[in-house]
Design a protein around this ligand. Structure first.
Ligand code: AVJ
Length: 338
């Protein structure tokens, strides 16, 4: 994990080579573990290299991919109430999985002139996405105290636990990023988040709500094939970084709906019998074989209530878009727990 200031972010655009080596090592280990498992999987975390982050930007602009626009509608309409806990006081807006930061920009613009000593702490695994949003934020909000953290959520959480002098926290976990975790994993994550926080801190969590399955299917298998490109970029990334020899035309994107979790799931299907070399190891793929790449959970209102309770949070409010397709839940760390 690396941290720095906004000023450094502007002068030092390239990710540090030591961190990059560590990323590559982690990627290699995760890939070899996932491809050696039955059934095979690849962790969705690795979608977000520089290319993947760019493709995800294009996903967010798709007509079919409604979550981004739904959540933006909520942040625009209810922004004032969502950031109320930091208004007129010294505190820190923490962004878990900050991505390109456009949603955060919306919230920061409500806080910047009114909260003296405000800090902004974005945490993201993608150095390129982080540095981009940082330089944009430094330009939009001159003088804003920015503490960027390149790393996974767990590392970011440890950093949170060790903090001093940055006031009350409002932690953003937007975009239904929580949906990438299985239910039990999400519970553990939220418990860990709550234990890194102090009474009076707040979290704002975005949840994609369960809806008509045709709408879901289109959102995860768009007509232009941008989501397919996003998914198959995992193979291209292995070719680029691990000396793999995937022929991308031998694989296809698949999106399925699991009504039990409920969740959308993404897979990479091998279209023929083929042997691929990855980091010097050979892997045989059967025709029709599926590699699991992502789970995107969909939530019922009661699931959100249950997650708040099991995480040890008190729910302050829940905000939905007009169509009721997406919800942002505002939770507070209570004074006493349990
Ligand atoms: C960024 C994890 C919320 O699961 O909807 C978009 C990623 N995958 N299309 C999601 C994604 C396929 C997205 N999250």
């Amino acid at each position: 994990m690396r941290t720095g200031t906004a000023r450094e972010a502007r002068s030092c655009r390239a990710p540090d080579p030591v961190g990059a080596r560590a990323d590559r090592q982690n990627f290699r280990d995760a890939v070899l573990r996932g491809l050696s498992s039955t059934p095979r999987f690849l962790p969705s975390l690795y979608f977000y290299d520089a290319r993947g982050s760019q493709i995800f930007q294009r996903i967010m602009a798709l007509d079919e991919y409604y979550p981004t626009r739904c959540e933006r509608e909520i942040l625009e309409r209810d922004g004032e109430r969502l950031v109320g806990c930091l208004l007129e006081r010294h505190g820190t807006l923490v962004d878990l999985g900050a991505g390109d930061g456009t949603k955060t920009h919306l919230l920061l613009s409500r806080l910047f002139h009114r909260s003296p000593g405000l800090s902004y702490a974005p945490i993201d695994v993608s150095p390129s996405a982080l540095w981009d949003s940082l330089s944009r934020m430094a330009t939009a909000f001159p003088g804003l105290h920015v503490v960027p953290v390149v790393g996974e959520y767990a590392e970011g959480l440890r950093w949170l636990g060790a903090r001093e002098g940055i006031g009350a926290l409002l932690v953003l976990f937007l975009g239904s990023n929580i949906g990438n975790m299985e239910r039990e994993e999400a519970r553990g994550f939220l418990r860990g988040l709550r234990s890194a926080l102090r009474p009076g801190d707040h979290v704002l969590v975005g949840f994609d709500l369960l809806k008509d399955r045709a709408v879901l299917q289109r959102a995860y298998d768009d007509a232009q094939g941008v989501t397919a490109e996003f998914n198959l970029n995992l193979l291209a990334r292995m070719n680029r970084e691990l000396g793999a020899d995937f022929d991308l035309s031998g694989f296809a994107h698949r999106a399925t709906f699991d009504p039990v979790r409920p969740a959308m799931e993404s897979w990479i299907e091998s279209l023929r019998s083929q042997i691929v070399t990855v980091a010097g190891r050979r892997f045989a793929f059967a025709p029709g074989e599926l590699v699991h790449t992502e789970i995107s959970c969909k939530y019922r209102e009661g699931d959100i209530t249950e997650l708040a309770r099991s995480g040890g949070f008190a729910e302050v409010g829940r905000f939905r878009d007009r169509r009721g397709w997406f919800a942002d839940a505002l939770w507070r760390v209570p004074d006493r727990w349990p």
